[in-house]
Design a protein around this ligand. Sequence first.
Ligand code: NAD
Length: 496
Amino acid sequence: MPSPATGTVRQLGLHIDGHDVPAASEATFTSLDASTGEVWARVPDGDATDVDLAVRAARRAQTETWGAATGYQRARVLRRVARLIERDQERLATLEARDSGRLLRDTRTQVGFLADWFNYYAGYADKLAGRAMPGERPDMLVYTRNEPIGVVGAIVPWNAPLLLLVWKLAPALAAGCTVVVKPSDYTPVTALALADVLEEAGLPAGAYNVVTGFGPRVGQAMTAHPGIDKIAFTGSTETGIAVGQAAMQNLTRLTLELGGKSAQVVLADADVDNAVNGIINGIFLGSGQTCMAGSRLLVHESLHDEIVRRVAARARQIRLGSPLSEDTEMGPLVNEQQQKQVLDRIAAARTDGAEVVCGGGVPDGLAGLFVAPTVLTGVESHMPIAQEEVFGPVLAVTTFSTEDEAVRLANDSRFGLAAAVWSQNVHRALSVAHRLRAGTVWVNTYRAFSPGVPFGGFGHSGMGRENGLEGILAYTETKSVWVELAGRTKDPFDLG
Ligand code: NAD
């Protein structure tokens, strides 16, 4: 819970067992306001000692309070959480915009989604029934139970900190798990702010704990901790692989939501107006810093010039500015390192032969970590700009002449998070959609998601699914119970 601001810099504590506490080492680090670059919060720099305290608190709550509650009791608390989030929407959205640099209007929408996620999973908390098995053996009753996996370590990135946390938190709590969260060191504030809301709603102490700090200390301490039963991770593919390797040492359960290089496939019969808006939404929303960014445009050769001209024209008009201004359409990147990485990738693409149609650098006249909305043509599938995640406002355009070629190019990627197909012919659109190797395929739309629809990646985009029924089952272990009904004493060497 954030304590009252001291001057303009908030002093925050870790959240462990219902209390706001300093790190055991008393070390701290600062979080910057993304739009001004100024220090606006000081948070504890946690380490393995703090993780251990948080895991012990989470274990107690899992066995004694939250995990021992009925699904009906859990559902009531989660519905109250949803109501309090709606009440606190503006406060949480403003904190999120300042900490992450996302537009205030985006964070308002995202905070609205948080309530949807808690309401949706509240609906599962009292309906997580196992099933009875009709068997060959009439003398046996067999049924399954979906038991909570236990203590969950949730590790989240900076690009949509609260939303991606709640994709884990709502189903985990609904299933009866307790949680230790490690937010990104770039955006540590809102995970702490959420503790207030959860505890006001009646979540018992220890069910939600937050340890702020850095990946190599707090994150690694979590993935190596034998008291954590499951790691739910969202972040880059490289970190995800390291997390997976560490988790395997204890056979810790795992879901991984990782990077992407999603293809927007525009077939020759696409509705151009609709496709242009979808392409803009896919790559420039959130300044391209979204896992599901549609960063590869694969366009039929007959539409290439028209689509590129219209996308570039709109891209040049995108209103760049402060995330807190209502007029802004695209804000800055999250930090200097990210800005440099994006600019380096554009420069490398030019060297490889791509042509800059618009953008390509830092826009004039703006203070802050901006990169102009960029469209690159002449991109070939083997180039790094077509293969590597940029995580910035950069669209790489490639043409194709047949549907087979479009499918081949779209699938020529180690990632497989999302894709879109634009076509007015439903048969053609679905035939292509079914051949794409991606966890989500949108047809004539982009970026639709909902608590009820599974989300996750093929290939290097991840492992497992969040949201929907899959999303809550991922926080349970299935137990099969066999009950002998005949009351007979069996021959020990009779297998039947
Ligand atoms: P990141 O991998 O650098 O960090 C993610 C989290 O892991 C952070 O909290 C970080 O501190 C922590 N971490 C770092 N090293 C660790 C380690 N060794 N052990 C444990 N934890 C460690 O990612 P990022 O830069 O914060 O986020 C951007 C990435 O996240 C992009 O690749 C993006 O595509 C991906 N992402 C994926 C999804 C999805 O749903 N698939 C959603 C959003 C973002």
